[in-house]
Structure formats: C-alpha cells, structure tokens
Design a protein around this ligand. Structure first.
Ligand SMILES: Cc1ncc(COP(=O)(O)O)c(C=O)c1O
Length: 390
C-alpha cells in the first residue's frame, strides 16, 4: 500500500525551523515560527499556568475519560471570555485539540449541513485553506489585505461578500489577523456584520489571539458585533497563544444560535464527528485553563502577564516602525497593526538573501513574527530591511 503514496513536502514553516536550527551564526534571528517570545528569545510557561499545573498535580484524582464534548466547566468559562454576555444568543461548545481541531470540526459541520462552500479572505493563515479543503469544502476567496500599501481592502471585501450566495460560510479572523496584523475599525466590523446578516452567510470566526491585540475585551468586540447581528455562527477558539500552552492542544468550537435547542443540535453533530475522528479531546490544557479562569488570583495573574506580553509586542512594533520610518513611508502601519504578525512587501529573492547574508529568517511570504525580535536587534534588522522596503 505505501508504495502507492507520494512523499509529501514539509510544511514550509516547519521546514524553516530546520533551516534556522542548522544556521550556526550566533546573531541569527528567527522571525518565522508563530510563537510568542520574551526579550531573551524564550517561550516561557506562564506563571498562572505553572501554578494551575501544581494545583492539578496535587488535586487531580482520576485520569478517566472526560465527557464526549469535553469539560463543560472549561467550555462555559471559555465562552464567557470570548462571547461575553452572549449577545442574546445561545452557545453550545465542544472542547477540541487546539484551534486547528476546532476549525476542522467546524469545517466538517459546514460540509455536512451547509452549502459546502466557504469564503476565505486573502492572505490568510495557510492552514485555513488546507483544513477546509481536507473536509471537501470548496474554498472561494475574497480580498482582505493589500501588501504593497499595507491597507485592508475593505471596499473589495464588502463587494465580494455582498454577492456571496446565501447559506455559504465565511471565515473571519477575530483579532490579530494572521499573517497581516491588520484590524478592522468598529465601524467596519458593524458594516461587515450587516453584510453577513443580510446575505444570510454563516460566519466561522477564528479567535486565536485574544488579548494580544488591544486587550481581552477589546479583541473580542468585533466577534461579538457579528454574533449579535446573525442568527447562527461558529466560533473556533484556540488557547495556544493566549495561555501559552501550544503543545497542550487546547481549544473549542462553539455553535451559536437563536435557541439553545438549535445550538445543542449543532453540538450533537460536532460531538459525533469528533467521536469518529479522535474520540475525545486531551484534558490537561483545558484543566489548566479552567483552573486559571475559575481561580480569582490565578485569573488576575494571567491577565497581568498577558497584558505585559501585549505591551512588549506593541513596544516592539513602535520601535521597529520608528527604526524603519526614515526609509519606508508605510512604517507607521507596523505600529498600528496588532498581534504577533505583519506581512512585509518583500520579494522571495529578498527573503532568501536575508537568510543567507544576514541570518534573518522568515517565510518567503514576508510574514514576520514581531515577538521574534529583541529590542537590541531592531537597528540591525531595520537597516537591512529599509533598502528592500523603501
Ligand atoms: C489564525 C489561526 N487560527 C488558528 C490557529 C490554530 O492554533 P492551534 O491549533 O495551535 O491552537 C492558529 C495557529 O497558528 C492561527 O494562527
């Protein structure tokens, strides 16, 4: 059987990690892999996560299975965090292995119940198209961001969605857009919500960076505007970044509807699809998140640490924008963008030369992880980028 298979290429981002590791220059810089880093280049375990793990180690008295939908307390606490007061809608969630697992189940549900089509803004996180394609959805695209001008292509986006067929799904990034960092204004969120509602599209909202942009509440505002406007939505949540628990594979998919019955029916479908895939989600990360969100002192410490991570990111954005400012007129946009990523207008040949000549690593798309910078690196990085951007 195996000889009928063709070998598959490595995911380009994972391949980039290999290239970076093989480079022995002491001053190499990794702006590729999408994890948060502190000013020493580490991706530390958050204090509140360590404390919650200690508590679990002492108190957890069983490793028996969790419920098919996962831990209901975790799901309720997570939905409060993301959905807030719920915008007059009812939600039913299923705990998933990461945000990717949530997107996969959502995609399966759309394939089972919907038009089989999803509209994806470009550029997007590369795995979106991969996941949707793997469940047989046909992926239509709409313009989201113009790399040379660093602007959201809002008018083109509205035009494309205004002619999307009724009942189609549409993927929306909740905040801290990956790969562009470009966010919508509140007025634009309102307009987007109105078009989605008017066209009777089903939004699949991907929330993977809550707290990294402007704040925990602020980063959920757009998502909540959409939920308030539509009868049905799917919300895929990743806890990987906001809790720094990437490898624990923690997330959830929420079906949001106008009645609890409708949300529960969607959930029962999500549960049966999970059952025939991986059966049940891993527990540890969700138990950590549940412990943090339900313990006032841990919750506060988590918020404080997340706030300081965001402050570091925004500080780096301002420093990089200032350092690029005298050579690139669009540099202020870098400071305006939110979250870990920005997408620079670089040619593939430039990206390859940055790796070879300067030990600066990023994917050929020109996406940089701002958290991969250290303050001390910024003058050197800006000096080599300026002639390429200006
Ligand atoms: C936009 C977006 N959505 C979802 C995910 C999924 O995250 P995970 O499966 O690691 O929780 C990521 C991860 O990089 C992402 O960038």
């Amino acid at each position: 059987m195996f000889d009928k298979l063709a070998s598959q290429p490595n995911d380009p981002l994972l391949a980039l990690i290999g290239l970076y590791n093989a480079d022995h220059r002491a001053d190499k810089i990794d702006l590729g892999v999408g994890v948060y880093r502190d000013d020493l280049g580490r991706t530390p375990v958050m204090r509140s996560v360590k404390a919650a793990e200690k508590e679990l180690l002492e108190k957890q008295d069983s490793k028996s299975y969790v419920a098919p939908e996962g831990d209901r307390v975790f799901l309720d606490l997570l939905w409060d965090l993301v959905g807030g007061k719920g915008q007059g809608k009812f939600a039913a969630g299923v705990q998933t292995p990461g945000g990717s697992g949530a997107l996969r189940l959502a995609s399966d549900l759309i394939a089972r119940a919907g038009s089989g089509r999803i509209h994806l803004g470009l550029p997007s996180w590369p795995n979106h198209a991969g996941i949707f394609g793997a469940t047989g959805l046909s992926v239509e695209t709409y313009p989201y961001f113009d790399v040379p001008t660093q602007d959201v292509r809002f008018a083109s986006m509205m035009k494309a969605l205004s002619s999307a067929p009724r009942g189609d799904a549409v993927l929306i990034h909740a905040s801290c857009h990956n790969p562009t960092g470009a966010t919508l204004t509140s007025a634009q969120w309102e307009e987007l919500a109105a078009v989605i509602a008017e066209r009777r599209l089903v939004p699949l909202i991907d929330s993977a960076y809550q707290g990294f942009g402007a704040g925990i509440e602020e980063d959920a505002a757009g998502l909540r505007t959409i939920i308030a406007a539509v009868p049905e939505a799917l919300v895929a949540v990743s806890c990987s970044k906001s809790f720094g628990i990437y490898r624990e594979r923690t997330g959830a998919i929420f079906a949001v509807a106008e009645t609890q019955d409708a949300a529960d029916i969607a959930r029962s479908n999500l549960v049966t699809m999970a059952r025939t895939s991986y059966s049940m989600p891993p527990d540890h990360g969700a138990a950590v998140v549940r412990t943090i969100l339900s313990t006032e002192s841990l919750r506060q410490d988590w918020i404080d640490e997340l706030n300081s991570m965001r402050d570091r990111l925004n500080g780096l954005r301002r420093e990089l924008a200032a350092a690029l400012g005298d050579g690139w007129q669009l540099a202020p946009q870098i400071a305006e963008q939110q979250g870990m990523f920005s997408l620079l207008p670089l040619k593939e040949a430039d990206v390859l030369a940055l790796r070879k000549e300067h030990g600066i690593y990023m994917p050929t798309s020109g996406r940089i992880n701002i958290a991969g910078l250290k303050s001390e690196d910024i003058p050197r990085v800006a000096a080599v980028l300026k002639p390429l951007l200006g």
